[in-house]
Design a protein around this ligand. Structure first.
Ligand code: SAM
Length: 247
């Protein structure tokens, strides 16, 4: 058995141990997401359950644990803090149901938002029929060529932590590759201590893992903050800005 298969199997235990993805206090029924994640992870498939969950949810927000129908409060804080320093075009990675993308569009950015799950993208288009956001289905592991090096602002919230470590290591370089020279990556995720064992999903990230974006992908750290409550009721969050050096 591959190491990551074993880790995926072990992580299934984490599902039963209680799993809080959402940003607010909404009551969520996690039975469907837990069951689908368990089934896929047991087969060594770290990502198939997202599309399956959106499909089976069939418009019912209460079974999508992260569907809070509001932009992340830390993103709002970060956008306020960086006002005047951020530029478009912007891209939201693993956009889910589109609230963060819509917030960026409201603030005047030209926004692309993509998700692996086609049903999430359909759902975004239905939720925001008048949207100026360009929603598209795409895989962060293999981003479309026309996205590479194109964005001055890249937003990643809770997508890296939603996949097992082996997969997300492979996502770091493609994530960085979306940035134009001088562009900024805004990243929010759960905090893992360096020596902490995690049963996901979600799989929180350690500081040293995030720093691979600098040592392996050529980005520079502009902000690396620890938020004890993640600006919400949940567990601590890293709140980071990484920058691709200007050309
Ligand atoms: C935990 S949800 C977070 C959604 C959204 N960012 C939020 O904070 O509400 C993770 C999202 O990442 C998407 N995702 C997972 N793997 C992906 C990949 N390889 N490429 C693009 N999106 C992916 C899932 O479909 C899901 O919508």
């Amino acid at each position: 058995m591959h190491c990551h298969d074993r880790k995926m199997r072990e992580s299934v235990q984490g599902l039963a141990a209680g799993w809080i993805y959402n940003r607010g206090m909404q009551d969520k029924d996690r039975r469907l997401s837990q069951q689908l994640a368990r089934e896929h992870l047991e087969r060594g498939d770290g990502q198939g359950w997202f599309e399956e969950l959106y499909r089976q949810a069939a418009g019912d927000l209460s079974v999508v644990p992260w569907a809070d129908m509001q932009p992340h409060p830390l993103l709002l804080e970060l956008l306020d803090q960086l006002e005047g320093r951020l530029n478009g075009p912007a891209v939201v990675v693993g956009c889910g149901l589109g609230d963060d993308a819509e917030e960026l569009a409201r603030r005047g950015y030209s926004v692309t938002a993509f998700d692996l799950a086609p049903t999430a993208i359909e759902w975004c288009r239905k939720r925001w029929p008048e949207s100026r956001v360009s929603y598209r289905q795409a895989d962060l592991l293999d981003p479309p060529a026309d996205m590479l090096g194109r964005f001055s602002t890249v937003v990643e919230i809770h997508t890296l932590q939603a996949v097992p470590e082996e997969l997300r290591r492979r996502m770091l370089a493609p994530l960085a590759s979306l940035l134009a020279p001088g562009g900024r990556l805004l990243l929010i995720c759960r905090v893992r201590e360096e020596d902490e064992e995690i049963d996901g999903p979600p799989w929180a990230l350690s500081r040293s893992e995030l720093e691979l974006l600098c040592t392996q992908c050529g980005l520079e750290t502009e902000l690396f903050e620890y938020h004890a409550t993640g600006g919400e009721t949940g567990s601590p969050r890293w709140f980071c800005v990484f920058r691709r050096p200007p050309a």
